[in-house]
Design a protein around this ligand. Structure first.
Ligand SMILES: Cc1ncc(COP(=O)(O)O)c(C=O)c1O
Length: 441
């Protein structure tokens, strides 16, 4: 068959794909392709969609703003939607004082690293140059983000070019080291961090996803884990950088996840759901302490050398402003807390499937880990990518799925109804059962 796409698709073995469904329309939680086939969006268009695909208010906000000015840069100028959004973000983000805009989650994190590293230089402290982080984290695909969020399966080809960081273990309840209980292992992870902080004064910042690691395998932090790290950062004068790109704005059931975790970052990054998933935008927020260290006479060269062409794009900011208004209008966080009970209720049903080793969920996020052997927890190893297999089988059942390694991700638009979430789970179960029947895994 002649291949139908000239696009080089992300994270894809292109040789496996002869045909890509062409999405021409979206209606609510459904994607519609050029043949008229409907797919229920189980991926939330890469975890960013909030209201579904045709939210009138968001579309109108974009139209209204594009009639005024679609793009004007923040270099020497400002614009109304970016200012309004910055005010709003500061209001909802405890202790944050300034907002730096960028294009996506990776750039929001790159900025976070630069801010933290330069903060110490600006403060006259020259030896705090190392970033420490949790193993298994993911912060994007740019070089800085790969250095900090190093997922070996994704990034080993670039290992020689990445800057070094210090990695500390994260407690994964499903795959604990031999001889540890979950409680003991959590404690040992925290102790290792304290040991690190107390034996070197070179750590500039500790970087972690807020609430859970998503791309690294849906590792949901145990209660108090993030809070304890936050306390250690304060105790040892290490900055805390939290990445809420995937976990903030309701994905885990809270608007601002670091607040729900009772933690106190110096820098936090947002992306994905900030604009409802309609236009790309990232933002990096800092406390006053960080911001003030960048102030000084021009010749001191304390200011931040960073900026993108589309930093503070007015269309993105306008749709983000409208999106945040809708969170209040429709009480979205409350709705998520209710809808996500469906995940809780049906978790065991998924866990009992032959191919399923473990199911982890929080808020509107669920990861279903597929294994060959439930007792030994051996990962499946099909000839084709499991992503392609699950996608094709899911499509037959009218759902759009993407896996991360051996984990089937359910990350639907946040405003999905309970009925549609039940449907998504029904069809995911069918997809996993059919996969087990048809493939040698
Ligand atoms: C936690 C986290 N940080 C950063 C990123 C990178 O965001 P983007 O893909 O918008 O660059 C992602 C993307 O999935 C993410 O999950």
């Amino acid at each position: 068959m002649k291949k139908n796409s000239s696009v080089w698709h992300p994270n894809t073995q292109m040789q496996e794909w002869d045909y890509f469904d062409k999405i021409v329309k979206g209606k609510g939680m459904w994607l519609i392709d050029s043949t008229g086939k409907k797919l229920l969006d189980g991926v939330g268009s890469m975890w960013c969609n909030v209201w579904g695909h045709s939210k009138k208010e968001l579309i109108n906000a974009i139209i209204r703003q594009s009639k005024k000015i679609p793009h004007s840069s923040l270099f020497n100028l400002t614009n109304e939607p970016s200012e309004a959004l910055a005010k709003k973000l500061i209001k909802i983000s405890p202790n944050m004082n300034r907002v730096f805009y960028s294009d996506n989650g990776s750039t929001a994190m790159e900025i976070a690293f630069k801010l933290a590293l330069q903060y110490w230089k600006n403060s006259g402290i020259r030896n705090k140059t190392i970033l420490a982080t949790l193993e298994n984290g993911y912060h994007g695909d740019t070089f800085g983000a790969m250095s900090v969020g190093y997922v070996p399966e994704f990034f080993s080809k670039f290992k020689e070019q990445l800057f070094s960081t210090i990695k500390v273990s994260v407690p994964n309840r499903y795959r604990l080291p031999r001889g540890f209980s979950f409680e003991d292992y959590q404690l040992s992870c925290i102790e290792k961090i304290e040991k690190l902080f107390s034996t070197t004064d070179k750590i500039a910042a500790f970087v972690m996803e807020s609430g859970a690691q998503v791309a690294g395998g849906v590792i949901i932090y145990p209660q108090e884990f993030q809070k304890k790290i936050s306390k250690l950062c304060k105790k040892y004068d290490v900055l805390l950088i939290l990445d809420e790109v995937a976990t903030g704005f309701g994905r885990l059931g809270s608007l601002i996840e670091y607040h729900a975790q009772d933690s106190f970052p110096d820098i936090v990054a947002y992306g994905k759901m900030l604009t409802g998933g309609y236009i790309t935008m990232g933002s990096t927020l800092t406390t006053k302490k960080i911001y003030d260290s960048f102030l000084g006479g021009f010749k001191e060269m304390r200011h931040l050398f960073h900026g993108h062409t589309f930093t503070g794009n007015p269309l993105a900011a306008a749709v983000a402003n409208e999106n945040l208004k809708l969170y209040e209008k429709y009480q979205l966080i409350k709705k998520i807390q209710n809808t996500s009970k469906i995940f809780e209720k049906r978790r065991d049903e998924l866990n009992h499937l032959d191919l399923v080793g473990d199911v982890r969920n929080k808020g509107m996020l669920m990861g279903i880990e597929l294994v060959k052997n439930k007792i030994q927890k051996t990962p499946i190893s099909p000839k084709k990518s499991i992503n392609k297999i699950i996608f094709d089988e899911g499509k037959k059942n009218g759902i759009y799925l993407r896996t991360l390694g051996n984990i089937v991700m359910l990350v639907p638009p946040l405003a999905i109804s309970t009925k549609e979430l039940d449907l998504l789970i029904d069809r995911t179960i069918l997809t996993i059962k059919n996969t087990k029947k048809k493939y040698d895994l």
